[in-house]
Design a protein around this ligand. Sequence first.
Ligand code: ADE
Length: 257
Amino acid sequence: MKFDILTLFPEMFEAVFTTSIIGRAQERDQVEITVHNIRDYALGKHHVTDDTPYGGGGGMIMKPDPIFYAVEAILDIEIPPIGYASFLEQGYPPIILLTPQGRVFQQSIARDMLKHDRLIFICGRYEGIDERVRQYLVTDEMSIGDYVLSGGEIPAMVMVDTLTRLIPGVLGDEHATAKDSHSSGLLEHPHYTRPYEFRGHTPPDILLSGHHANQEIWRRQESLRRTHARRPELLNQVDLTAPDQQFLTSLAEDAET
Ligand code: ADE
């Protein structure tokens, strides 16, 4: 998988992309991440990347031309006046604008995005971005949640991290992502490790019983319990087994008594 990130602040990515799982995935050539400075594609002596809005209103708007030039240089193409859409149809990579106006990123969207072998992210900044970038360049707009950050850089890191750990072979244990919160549609069960006793608190006996089948049942039930307590709406989108349903019914009955 290849990620290209277009930003005005490339230095923000250094630590996140060289550390831990993403750093290792790059070393092993499982992902290739290139961070491009939009300023390098701005014409003129001062490499201006933003300007005041037509019609007034204050604030600064990201100019369209450096962003188009950056994409054209990265992909070695010339985008016609009708826009980038025809390139997408030919198999060129999606171009994703990070903005609080986009559709909200989720684990299921991440899984779907893995069908592409390359993704381009544009990190929005300032008060906004010239609308022609939206109309004639980007193919998707994504938000990481209903709150406003200073720019799209952290959201781009969030998406690259989420996608990278889903790439087969990136995590040591092939099955590790299957149990992640949200992967199965449920929140993850609690975990415990040594010491056995910490300030008088010990793990549930079942985890030390050595009875693997019962431990599996416990994990599933704790996952259901946590999801029911914290994010009950998620249960509507999960394939629940008959034992799952029975357990949830017993939780509801316990709550009534
Ligand atoms: N830029 C600013 N806030 C954002 C958000 N919540 N998601 C994506 N991009 C953003």
